[in-house]
Every structure is written in structure tokens, then in C-alpha cells.
Design a protein around this ligand. Sequence first.
Ligand code: PLP
Length: 456
Amino acid sequence: MSRITNHLPTAELQALDAAHHMHPFTAGAQLAEKGARVITRAKGIFLTDSEGHEILDAMAGLWCVNIGYGREEMAEVAAAQVRELSYYNTFFQTTHVPAIALAAKMAELAPGDLNHVFFAGSGSEANDTNIRLVRQYWARKGQPERRVILSRWNGYHGSSMGSGSLGGMKPIHAQGGMPIPDIHHIGQPDWWSEGGEMSPEDFGLMRARALEAKIKEIGPGRVAAFIGEPVQGAGGVIIPPASYWPEIQRICDDYGILLIADEVITGFGRTGQWFGSEAMGIRPHIMTVAKGLSSGYAPIGGSIICDEVADVIAGDEFNHGYTYSGHPLAAALALENLRILEEERVVEHVRNTANPYLAVKWAQLTDHPMVGEAKLCGLMGSIALTPDKSRRAAFAAGEGKVGYLTRERCFANNLVMRHVGDRMIIAPPLVITTDEIDLLIARAWTSLDEAMAKAK
Ligand code: PLP
């Protein structure tokens, strides 16, 4: 076989890809109909594909490339780390400088007494760790019957058996044996789709109180923890009504259950604060992080754990770990990424410049006949597509058809936006400039116009 490089014709790359590469969350039929888009390089907020298109990546990859693509400093750190210590593990009383330095930095950045880090290779692995961690915590506190973890329908916490069970994505559950025992779900705070005639604030309270009802139903002595994303990402950028999180916090406090904030998307500046928990005013015992921790330059995730839980767990051996927990290359890249975020004041850029600028333009999208609501938190946003705004109506074509069509028009206009059903979502790199925001919005308008014309 000839060497496979960027220089091969696109059709040849696509044929090899279709023959040998199984893609996550992609239907084989879609690949057969139209080969995968081949991305060859990326810089800043732009991707280049094998046909030379310059594509504005309004999803920061998979919500992760917070500092933008192709940073020289990151390349240098990677090369130096490989030369110095390419791998060693953190099992059996061993450690290394990148893991020490990164854990200390994460403890410094995380709010309150979230001072302890257990590393993983991804968000899914970190949430699997959390299941073990909270059950072990209660067992060591003499309450082993506290095993149940509560979560939300349409939440996303990863794709392994454990994290996929924590998530509330029915198509994932349908693929075999999920949820695993002792994980239960309550309704999500999605007012647009499920709020009916209620005000958003009343609906938010109602959905939060479903947690209390569920705790009572299961028995307070059996519930170990509640997990939620401060803002649901993969579920469609569902920004909860302001009434929601304070009531969840109250319920967790009243029943003494652990609160886990899944910050895999919302961590490291996405909401305009370092963590979504700060934006939503909650005090989690554990945070799940990944993605923006390294801006996607290396696979790394982790759980940031409060003093009390860490003390209980550290009292005896925690029989858990991954070969790549705290991998030195990933840790060094994450550390450099955090240095860039801090020194370039990227979180302040989101809060003071990019979000206020985008907020105005994003809200104006509701002037488009097909856009019902436009929501934005920091730099994660969604618009709801509808044929009739006054009724928040769904399309006759069936859920997700117009969303898919709109995503395809975005691709054609060199813009990556994702669709979740008939919501279009964005989460651009946090370093996006105001000029780039203008370009994003212009391409989105064109794509919406084209999709509407085609949907008729
Ligand atoms: N948690 C949340 C909130 C996520 O959005 C994701 C991924 O999108 C995960 C967990 C899983 O992370 P990973 O894909 O790194 O396993």
C-alpha cells in the first residue's frame, strides 16, 4: 500500500476510511452516501480540509479546543516532555513532576476546598471514577447502602458503561444493558421543549423538586449523589432557568447527598468563569473535568475532589486507576494550556469581550423566521429551530430533520455548527475575536436561509 498522507486524493482517503475506520456516533449509511470530511490541519479557530476549504470551527472540535488550534508553545512543551519523560505511571506510590504540578494547579484554580485530583484519560473515565468514588465514600462512612446516583434524562456524562448509564441519552441506553443498577434519572430543565404553559422560573423549580421527590421515592438513606452538567452540552446547550440550581443545591444540602458537577464542557472558561459551578452558584463535592483541561491537545480528564471526600477515600487503598492516569505528556500539555488561559486572560476575554459581543448578535438570530429562541452562556449557545415561534412548534418533517439539513448547509458554508434534534449549537474556541464572531454569524444566517428554503 502506498503511504497514506495528506497528499492523497480526497476520494482515496475517504475510501480507505470507510473500509477500515469505524467512527463514533456516525451512521455507516451516511458515510457510504458521502465520505467523511477529511480535516488536514488547523490553526486558531479555523480547520482546513483535504479540498482546501477554510472552515470556521464554531464547536471547538468537540467543545474542547479552548485556546485554539496549532499553538507553537504547546508543540514545544510536547517535544520537550517526550524527550524528558515520555511515560511513567502514578500507581503504587510513584509520581512525576507533570502530574504533581498539574494537580496543584487544578487545586489552585478550582473553587472552595476542591483540592485533590484523581486523573483519568477522558471525561467518561473520570465519571466512571466518580461512581466508584462516591460509593466507596459512603461505604467507608459506614453507609454502604447509599449506592444510588441520580442524574437527568438528556444529560451526557460519557459513553462507557458507567458514564453512559449516568447520562440520560436513551439511544445510548438502548445499545445494551444500560443503565447499570442503582442509577436513576429525573427530568431535565429544558423549558423550551418541556415547559408547556409554565413560566421558565416555575418550571425550573418544578424540575429541581423532582430530585427531592426521587430521593423520597428511593429512600434518602440509599442515595449517594446527584450528578449534573451546570449547563447541559450534548443535550442541546440547555441553560437552566435561574431558579433551578439553587434549589438543587438546597436539596443536596438538606438530604446530605454528594453533588457532582460534570464540568467536562463548562470547565476552564467556557461559561465566562473558570468553572460552570461558579457561574451557576453551586458548591459541588466533586467536579468532573476533561476537554478544556488540555484544550484537546492530549487526552486527559480527572475528578477534582473536596477535602472531606478525599480524606475518607485516602484512608485506605482505592482499588482503581488507569494506565494513563496523569500521563506526563498529557499533564505537561494541560499545564501549558492552563498557563496560556491564565496569562492571556482568556476567561476574562470570554466574560468581558466575546460573550457580550456575541450575545447581541446571537439574540438577533431570533429575527430569522425559523429561529424561536437563542440562548447563550459564556461561549456556549443554542438556537431552537421552529416552524412557528408562538407555539414553540416542532417541524412536521420529524424531529432533527431540519436541524440536520441546517448542519449540512453550515458545512457547505464553511462553518461547523452541530445540531441536536432541531437545536443548533455552538461552542467556539474561547480565543475567538469579534471579527471572527461576525464571520460566524454571517455564515449562520446564510445557512439558516438556505436550510429554510430547502425545508419548504
Ligand atoms: N461529560 C460531559 C458533560 C461531556 O460533554 C462529555 C463529552 O462530550 C463527557 C463527559 C465524556 O467525555 P469524553 O468524551 O472525554 O469521554
